[in-house]
Design a protein around this ligand. Structure first.
Ligand SMILES: [Zn+2]
Length: 337
């Protein structure tokens, strides 16, 4: 974000295409959220090419975005002049084509910009990676306000990343920078929807917690949690573990320690490349708060290169919650209009 090119005024709309929901916000001229709208993400998750609606996956997603934009325009009496930013999950190029989206296979490869231009004629549209949008929002208005070197990590279904380097958004040659969830941390690890094995997001996301939980359950480390799940280790879910850990169950606390170790492994690798002053952690998983942050910070301090010889890196929860991506999409649209 180049502040000299950023007219930091005027309303803007932002829409975040998530794994389960499409969430939109209207920002007023003071960056306050004036309206919110949402829809269910069509064809979410792993897409079945044999589904009769297969070819319509991306079109349906674009339709949901247009529906949310229409609702925001109605709610704010916008005549269509406010620019619209759209955050998309995956590798989005500078022309607005979602080249690859392992966690939203229905829209993978789709020309999102063209599909939206058909549905939202005469609209200023900006398409950007969702986690990059969240980084912009947290940097401008949230947990990293005032920091010039920021890494934002969203721990949800998968892992998203956004980087602010010396005050500017890092996009890379094609716009694909920040695909941090697909750094391989174990080449012999479990398969990932991206086609490789042992990606960081197989360990340090919501899905990763579920896997660590089942492993601990089979190993007999979670007797109380397994009993509460009806005696079936396979039925143990991530939220069963966080609930038990909040209640002080030692086995569940051990799983959270393991999870924190995996989160820290990726964060220390990224620190070696980026040298951030602050790491902001967002996404559904951070809602458990210190239960995750405390073991993450401990493992980070033990693993990071230079240890105590380097200044402390602040590891903090995101401040804007589930709206971060949509707010950042709106800010990005206003910046680049
Ligand atoms: Zn992967």
């Amino acid at each position: 974000v180049n502040p000299e090119r950023s007219p930091r005024h005027g309303p803007a709309l932002g829409v975040d295409i998530g794994g389960t929901k499409v969430l939109g916000v209207a920002l007023d001229a003071d960056d306050e959220v004036a309206a919110e709208a949402r829809a269910t993400t069509p064809h979410s998750g792993i897409f079945d090419p044999n589904d009769p609606a297969a070819g319509d996956g991306a079109a349906a997603v674009a339709g949901a975005v247009a529906e949310v934009v229409a609702a925001l325009r109605r709610a704010t009496d916008d005549d269509g002049r406010a620019p619209v930013g759209v955050g998309v999950p995956g590798m989005c190029d500078r022309q607005g084509v979602l080249r690859f989206a392992p966690n939203l296979a229905a829209a993978s490869g789709a020309d999102i910009a063209a599909l939206l231009a058909e549905r939202l004629p005469d609209t200023i549209l900006v398409i950007e990676n969702d986690a990059t949008c969240a980084a912009v929002a947290e940097h401008r208005l949230g947990a990293a306000a005032g920091d010039e070197n920021v890494l934002l990590v969203t721990l949800g279904t998968g892992i998203g990343g956004g980087v602010i380097s010396e005050g500017r958004v890092l996009l890379g040659a094609s716009g694909f920078a920040g695909e941090i969830g697909h750094m391989v941390v174990d080449p012999a690890g479990p398969p990932c929807p991206c086609g490789r094995r042992g990606c960081w997001e197989r360990y340090a996301s919501g899905g990763g917690l579920a896997r660590l939980a089942r492993e601990a359950a089979y190993a007999g480390r979670l007797p109380a949690v397994v009993e509460a799940a009806g005696g079936d280790a396979e039925a143990v879910r991530g939220e069963d573990v966080t609930k038990a850990a909040l209640a002080g169950d030692p086995g569940a606390l051990g799983v959270m320690e393991d999870l924190g170790w995996w989160v820290a492994l990726g964060l220390t690798n990224l620190t070696a490349v980026l040298d951030p002053a602050r790491i902001v952690i967002g996404g559904g998983l951070v809602e458990v708060g210190e239960l995750l942050l405390t073991p993450t910070k401990k493992a980070y301090a033990e693993q990071v290169e230079g240890g105590r010889r380097r200044p402390d890196v602040a590891i903090v929860p995101a401040a804007l919650g589930e709206r971060a991506g949509a707010v950042g999409a709106a800010l990005t649209a206003r910046d680049r209009r």
